[in-house]
Design a binder for this molecule. Structure first.
Ligand code: ZN
Length: 295
């Protein structure tokens, strides 16, 4: 790696932190149905707008020691944590896809070189997948439901990345481009895995109802359905499906065992069920992230 390679690699980490800063807004505002753009960030207690230099990812939180500059209200450690995780995801995925050969890559993109453009799309696609899991997990962890819309950017860039890869028939070592063992076109993989994710969720609920006698809808976790679908595109389909189905059964089992025998869910039970789902999604995301570097 030369000096330019290092600078660009660091730039990816910074980009990840900046994206994480926006994800904090998404995690906080999306479940409340608020606009993601307006108004700008402000302190929830004193309402004072956050100055730009107090809004630097991770750094500002450390400098302010987790307190609002104006009223001293504590700022949750979740904010810098999401930014740091996001930075690590984007930086590590970029490193994985390109192996740090950034000056070569930059020249390739400038010359509209197909493999260079595809590798950029891969960085975006894999990052979007892991970051969406992070957002869905955090929203669930707060006890909120997640709007279906949250998967749209991820699905769009996945289709784009896969489309260009196959049209230009670019070869790559990273999982996204591996041939499906079922030799299906990628959209068939996506549909099949999403349907199977959906199916295992329904099956799981029936099993829970029978054995743990819990019958409320809060254990339904369509959040997993798309996660399974995308995982099947990122991974060879059977691995993605297996990962998704396993996680659905595990989290369904844990949450319904906790509320064994309760026929109607109270608000707090529903909230706790979502919380468990959030935690299991986070673990599942971590497993996917780890696997990227192992295989
Ligand atoms: Zn304040």
């Amino acid at each position: 790696m030369n000096a330019l390679d290092t600078v660009i690699q660091i730039w990816w980490f910074i980009m990840g932190a900046v994206v994480g800063s926006f994800l904090n807004v998404v995690i906080h505002r999306l479940p409340r149905g608020e606009s993601l753009i307006w108004p700008g960030s402000h302190c929830p207690r004193c309402g004072h707008p956050i100055r730009w230099f107090d809004n630097l990812p991770v750094l500002s939180w450390l400098i302010l020691r987790g307190r609002c500059r104006d009223c001293g209200a504590p700022i949750s450690v979740r904010y810098p944590l999401v930014e740091a995780i996001s930075s690590l995801i984007v930086g590590s995925v970029a490193q994985l896809v390109n192996g740090g050969h950034w000056s070569k890559w930059l020249a390739g993109v400038a010359g509209m070189d197909h493999p260079a453009i595809v590798s950029l799309l891969q960085v975006i696609c894999l990052s979007a997948f892991l970051l969406t899991v992070l957002v869905v997990a955090a929203i669930n962890w707060d006890g909120n439901s997640v709007p279906l819309l949250v998967w749209t950017p991820c699905i769009s860039v996945t289709i784009l990345a896969y489309g260009f890869t196959s049209v230009w028939s670019v070869e790559s070592d990273i999982p996204l481009l591996r041939e499906s063992p079922l030799t299906l076109p990628f959209w068939a993989d996506l549909l099949l895995a999403t349907a199977l994710g959906w199916g295992s969720d329904i099956l799981n609920r029936r099993v829970q109802k029978r054995f743990n006698r819990t019958s409320h809808a809060d254990f339904h976790s369509w959040e997993w359905t798309f996660a399974t679908g995308i995982a099947a595109v990122v991974w060879p389909a059977p691995v993605g499906i297996l990962l998704g189905a396993l996680a659905i059964v595990l989290q369904g089992w844990v949450s319904s065992a906790k509320f064994r025998g309760s026929r109607k869910s109270t608000r707090s039970q529903a909230k706790r069920a979502r919380c468990i789902r959030g935690a299991s999604l986070a673990l599942w995301g971590l497993a996917n992230w780890g696997l990227l570097f192992l295989v």
